[in-house]
Design a protein around this ligand. Structure first.
Ligand SMILES: Nc1ncnc2c1ncn2[C@@H]1O[C@H](COP(=O)(O)OP(=O)(O)OP(=O)(O)O)[C@@H](O)[C@H]1O
Ligand SMILES: [Mg+2]
Length: 224
């Protein structure tokens, strides 16, 4: 499993938070890990530190990796295709897929985390969504969700869409939302609908110890 596509039930849900925690946990276990963000919007070069690629680079322990992690960076905090168009560019799914495959090929016995933009069916181009990129890569998915009221429906609809294109669900992570109902109770309510997908909980904290998730993914990676 050299590539893991990190997607979410929506934007601002915890994909980067979970990815950074996972990178740290994988590195702590001696695993080779890298990150790729096919496109980032809302990127301000003068204030790059809080951006997704900067956070991923920091977790990798390589602040200079920002530009390698995210070769397509656009200023407008809008859907990537619209943000790109505002800078006179057109995003092409095939180019993003080729880049991801090339980046994964650079890794021997390790894992490339690909963080999509927004949710499972958020547009990447004018006619394609993250789901099309997931399908093209044939990569297993880590689905990140919040714990807010309504999240169960968001998770289950995302899983229906992913499974419709035969995507392997590596795991679901519920990252605790602000002002949300009890995390354990919400997770328990979701668990019985997951149909075998493993569920991990990331409680609200400065940082999350993703050790159990890392162990789960490494077990799958090393399986014959
Ligand atoms: N479990 C958590 N504990 C503490 N903070 C969290 C948690 N989950 C998410 N956050 C915070 O919520 C904010 C949004 O999370 P994050 O940036 O990871 O979302 P995202 O899904 O990657 O967003 P985007 O769609 O912009 O890529 C960040 O400030 C992040 O640190
Ligand atoms: Mg993010």
């Amino acid at each position: 499993m050299p590539t893991l596509f990190v997607t979410g039930t929506g934007t601002d849900i915890g994909k980067t938070y979970v990815s950074c925690a996972l990178i740290r946990a994988l590195k702590a276990r001696g695993a080779v890990v890298d990150a790729f963000k096919p496109v980032v919007s809302g990127f301000d070069p003068k204030d790059a530190a809080g951006s997704d690629p900067a956070r991923l680079a920091s977790a990798l322990g390589d602040p200079g990796a920002l530009f390698r992690i995210a070769p397509r960076r656009y200023r407008a905090p809008l859907s990537p295709n619209i943000a790109a168009r505002l800078e006179g560019q057109t995003l092409v799914l095939g180019d993003m897929v080729i880049d991801a495959v090339a980046r994964a090929a650079e890794i021997r016995n390790g894992l490339l985390l690909v963080e999509g933009a927004g949710g499972v069916m958020s547009p990447l181009t004018d006619s394609e969504t993250n789901l099309d990129m997931i399908t093209a890569l044939g990569a297993p998915v880590l689905l990140v969700a919040g714990s807010h009221l309504g999240t169960i429906s968001h998770v289950l609809t995302a899983l229906v869409a992913l499974r419709a294109v035969k995507t392997e669900i590596a795991a679901v992570v519920m990252s605790e939302s602000l002002d949300a109902p009890d995390l354990a109770q919400t997770a328990q309510a979701l668990a019985s609908f997951l149909d075998g997908a493993p569920l991990f909980l990331a409680p609200r904290a400065e940082s999350w110890d993703a050790g159990a998730l890392a162990d789960h993914l490494l077990t799958k990676t090393r399986a014959p």
